[in-house]
Design a protein around this ligand. Sequence first.
Ligand SMILES: Nc1ncnc2c1ncn2[C@@H]1O[C@H](COP(=O)(O)OP(=O)(O)OP(=O)(O)O)[C@@H](O)[C@H]1O
Length: 259
Amino acid sequence: MPDAQQAQPNILQAQDLRIGHGRRIVAGPLTFSIRPGDIIALLGPNGSGKSTLFRTLLGLLPPLGGTLRLDGLPLAQWRRRALAQRIGYVPQSWGSHFGYSVLDTVLMGRAAQLPAFAQPSARDRMLAMVAIERLGIAHLASHSMHAISGGERQLALIARALVQDAALLIMDEPTSSLDFGNQLRVLEQIRQLRTQGVAVLLSTHQPDHALAVADQIMALMPGEPNHLLGPGPKHTVATPENLAALYGVPVEMVRARMV
Ligand SMILES: Nc1ncnc2c1ncn2[C@@H]1O[C@H](COP(=O)(O)OP(=O)(O)OP(=O)(O)O)[C@@H](O)[C@H]1O
């Protein structure tokens, strides 16, 4: 990590955080911090608590222990709108029943930055179109979100997060339903966010994607409750031994390069 980045104050800091549902602690204690420009990949088998962690970081689930601070202030003290201006979220799927167009959906990303009830401006529309073009879906701008493929919908949701101007983007398996070309395109977009000082925390079931895009990796290791390995430099966390312990299968690694 460059020195300048290390000197930046934390955006998010979790100290001995315990996460879960009701009284059941799924994982913890978790201690990590996220600074501007960090790209951190979160690995963990099915049911290990990745979504539970994201929901906790988004203020949708209360921590079951420890502390969680955004810009130094306990997360519980943040108002929802202010939180949405600081943290953007890219879900795995689009749950809306409304037939919004791709452009309208991406424009919703600007809403967090606008005064309440304000209409998006020409600049907001321009920023939305730029993001749509960056992700290669300009030809779908006027299409309904219901009338495009799952992978195209995911690209639209990533475009929506890009225009949000949030300091931290949380991405739930951002490449899961994308074809090979779009996976590389999205990983490249994520890497470019670092140059804009945006921090990204993303989950993935593909360790090779974590190695391709992240600076640091952390993993929810099996246990009662699950515990955190890392975050640390990617090649020290994603070792064959650690990945074998994480997924319960023998792992051999070969180095390949993404061009
Ligand atoms: N709403 C809920 N109420 C109670 N328990 C839940 C709820 N949602 C998830 N869980 C449980 O919490 C644990 C962690 O689930 P979570 O969805 O966070 O895992 P995950 O790592 O995101 O899994 P996947 O990779 O399959 O998406 C699991 O044991 C799950 O059954």
